[in-house]
Write a protein that binds this ligand. Structure first.
Ligand SMILES: O=C(O)[C@H]1O[C@H](OP(=O)(O)OP(=O)(O)OC[C@H]2O[C@@H](n3ccc(=O)[nH]c3=O)[C@H](O)[C@@H]2O)[C@H](O)[C@@H](O)[C@@H]1O
Length: 432
């Protein structure tokens, strides 16, 4: 008989062979031991999750999408930060790019690095969409010489540290919770990233010496239910159709207040449905491509009375040019030591393509490029935050930034499809 046979199968059903007293003493000591070890294990788990000062404040935040802690700091980490942010051209700038492993962030970081600017990336690698795509973008950035620090914009200690290590002249703020429809599923993630995260970043920027100039991503969605087209920067933006749009509009007001109080130079860019290689799998052109290839039906929205739903789709390279021109024309912030010394620049620009295309035409272009007929499922535009159309007036950006989009939708989609086929032919799965 093995000693294992002495252990009762049901806890508590001990055979009373010895005196009750001895059993009671043993029983109490077992409970004490059990409590002691439970506390030790619980303590260890807590210490594991909160072990470093760099642990993300996300850990206790219900809006968090995945449990993440970030490690940063130390001499070799600082060396990498410094080296990545080192300016290598005359008159170059040093830029902190937030959301660097995102779609626009990756393209902008590469473009800046290639022209000799210092670039440091920051990204929290959340799981809103396929994280392996973000990791592959990160690998691309590493090959270009851009180090991406893993962390969240809500982590003020990390942001302060970055500004201690590098006196950034500019911040390109692209970290955000994107996507219009997802706001109904996870509203707090929009508040967390687009409102709280923005404030956390601006708080650190306002106290930095010197204060950086900030260029950041707003959205065409701030035009909301407006019917006057094309949308101009002077138009009202007080009827957002989604929480996403509301948080971007809120960001524009927050920018105004930091400019007014602290003299921060701030430029907001209203992007119009940006698409292209290394894009976002949650966007229609991307998952339409995946689903057409899979033979899955795709939902194509239409407005009431068969009204056309259209977007001013803008190719990534045009957006990158607009971002770089915004950084190059940004004036210096005027404050120091957290105090305003004089008026500072405050700008908002539309970055669109100026030629809206119906979603059904987008599908036709994809069908031709993919040589596959789509299974179209025409359905009523759901009440989920989508607007019927967008159309940018870009004359202000043209005048002030020299912004001039040059890629039409068929040309841009051709480049996207080429990238897509190449990327996913390497055994990767195109899951959102
Ligand atoms: O311009 C912007 O500011 C916004 O552009 C996009 O938002 P959206 O234009 O809605 O882009 P998609 O989600 O790719 O949708 C494109 C078009 O396809 C339509 N659509 C979308 C999904 C679907 O299943 N079916 C469908 O017909 C939408 O109604 C829309 O007209 C981005 O997702 C936002 O993050 C960005 O801020």
């Amino acid at each position: 008989m093995s000693h294992l046979d002495n252990i009762p199968s049901t806890p508590g059903k001990f055979k009373m062979e010895k005196s009750a007293y001895i059993h009671r003493v043993r029983w109490q000591s077992s409970i004490t031991k059990l409590t002691f070890w439970s506390l030790i294990i619980l303590g260890s788990i807590l210490i594991f999750f909160y072990r470093s000062p760099s642990s993300s404040p996300l850990s206790s935040d219900p809006s968090r999408r995945s449990l993440s802690t970030y490690d940063w700091g130390g001499p070799s980490w600082e060396k990498r930060v410094r080296s990545s942010a080192r300016v290598r051209s005359r008159n170059g700038i040093s830029v902190l790019v937030t959301g660097a492993a995102g779609f626009v962030g990756t393209h902008v970081s590469v473009a800046l690095k290639r022209r000799g600017d210092g670039v440091l990336g920051l990204d929290n690698f959340n799981n809103y969409y396929d994280q392996s795509l973000k990791r592959d973008r990160q690998a691309l950035l590493e090959r270009t010489g851009v180090f991406v620090v893993e962390g969240d914009i809500n982590d003020s200690a990390l942001l302060k540290k970055l500004f201690e290590v590098v006196p950034f002249t500019h911040v390109m703020h692209l970290a955000a919770q994107a996507g219009v429809r997802y706001a109904m599923e996870n509203p707090s993630s929009y508040v967390h990233s687009n409102i709280a995260g923005l404030v956390s970043l601006l708080e650190v920027c306002k106290s930095a010496n010197p204060q950086p100039a900030i260029v950041w991503a707003s959205s065409s969605s701030v035009y909301g239910l407006n019917t006057k087209v094309p949308f101009s920067e002077q138009d009202r933006t007080d009827e957002p159709a989604s929480l996403y749009a509301a948080t971007k509009k809120g960001g524009e007001e927050i920018a105004h207040s930091y400019n007014h109080i602290y003299g921060l130079s701030l430029t907001g860019l209203r992007f119009f449905t940006v698409y292209g290689p290394w894009g976002r799998p949650d966007m229609a052109y991307f998952f339409f491509t995946r689903d057409i290839l899979k033979g899955k039906s795709i939902p194509i929205f239409e407005a009431a009375d068969h009204g056309t739903v259209a977007r001013d789709f803008t190719y990534i390279d045009d957006i990158v040019k607009g971002c770089l021109a915004s950084l190059d024309t940004a004036e210096k912030s005027t404050g120091s030591g957290g105090k305003k010394k004089g008026p500072a620049q405050l700008r908002v620009f539309n970055l669109g393509n100026t030629s809206p295309v119906p979603v059904s035409d987008l599908v036709s272009i994809l069908e031709k490029l993919l040589k596959v007929k789509a299974k179209r499922n025409i359905m009523k535009l759901p009440r989920n935050g989508d607007v019927q159309f967008t159309h940018a007036n870009i004359s202000l950006a043209q005048r002030e930034l020299g912004y001039k989009p040059t890629t039409d939708l068929p040309t841009g989609l051709k480049k996207f499809v080429r990238w897509y086929m190449n990327y996913y032919s390497q055994g990767k799965k195109a899951d959102a």
